[in-house]
Design a protein around this ligand. Structure first.
Ligand SMILES: *[C@@H]1O[C@H](CO)[C@@H](O)[C@H](O)[C@H]1NC(C)=O
Length: 221
């Protein structure tokens, strides 16, 4: 009897460990074929509530927004067009999404992180300098060109810059329906309410006047 009890306990413990490690791996697994996001539902949970199945059709699984280049005439010279659960409601609970990123010559997708996803880019056009920074502050970088791929591990700060003199574009794949993005500079200098000047001044080894100057550059355009 004691042996049986110990056995059950060990089984339960390993199931618990499996469950915990599973829920840390990526978006959680789905429990049904489809759960098309009801983006208008007032019900808040981990993801979106499912739309009534009689109202589901092909348009919930379709998006044409990555077919054409986005406008890159902004201060960064780049534009991210997301095809995540907010654009493709059928992605709800499926744990994947894509983006298209377009870059003007010299344009950058500034250093940022995705808290919920690893990213893999495939170059559609052009040549880019890309890289990520490990938690040991080591930069892993490479120049990539049409047809090549590069991986940015989950949560690590990364960037891309168009290294050519013509427009560049990539398709980015994520293991999350909604990877989330924190763009480091904007997160620190354009948050609302603002991060205290004294915090940024000490963190960046600069004066509060310089903090204000940088903040001003992020003023609404
Ligand atoms: C899907 O249903 C919506 C209404 O919920 C409708 O507007 C749309 O035309 C339908 N699309 C297809 C492909 O049937």
């Amino acid at each position: 009897m004691a042996a049986t009890g110990a056995c059950i306990f060990a089984t339960l413990l390993s199931l618990l460990i499996l469950h915990i490690s599973g829920s840390w791996a990526a978006d959680p697994d789905m429990l049904q074929d489809i759960c098309v996001a009801d983006l208008a539902s007032p019900v808040k949970l981990n993801g979106y509530a499912c739309k009534e199945s009689s109202k589901v059709n092909a348009s919930d699984f379709f998006f044409a927004g990555l077919a054409t280049a986005g406008a890159t005439n902004n201060s960064m010279g780049s534009l991210v067009t997301a095809a995540n659960v907010q654009k493709v409601p059928g992605l709800n609970t499926l744990g994947v999404s894509l983006s298209r990123i377009d870059y003007a010559p010299g344009g950058i997708n500034p250093p940022h992180t995705h808290p919920r996803a690893t990213e893999m880019v495939f170059v559609l056009e052009g040549t880019l300098n890309v890289g990520f920074i490990t938690t040991a502050n080591v930069v892993i970088s490479k120049t990539i060109t049409k047809g090549e791929v590069f991986v940015f591990p989950r949560g690590l700060v990364h960037y891309q810059q168009n290294a050519g003199d013509s427009p560049a574009a990539v398709i980015a794949a994520f293991n999350s329906q909604l990877p989330g993005t924190q763009s480091i500079a904007a997160t620190l200098f354009a948050s609302s309410p603002p991060v205290p000047d004294s915090v940024l001044a000490k963190a960046f080894h600069i004066g509060t006047g310089q903090v204000e100057k940088i903040r001003g550059r992020f003023a609404p355009s």
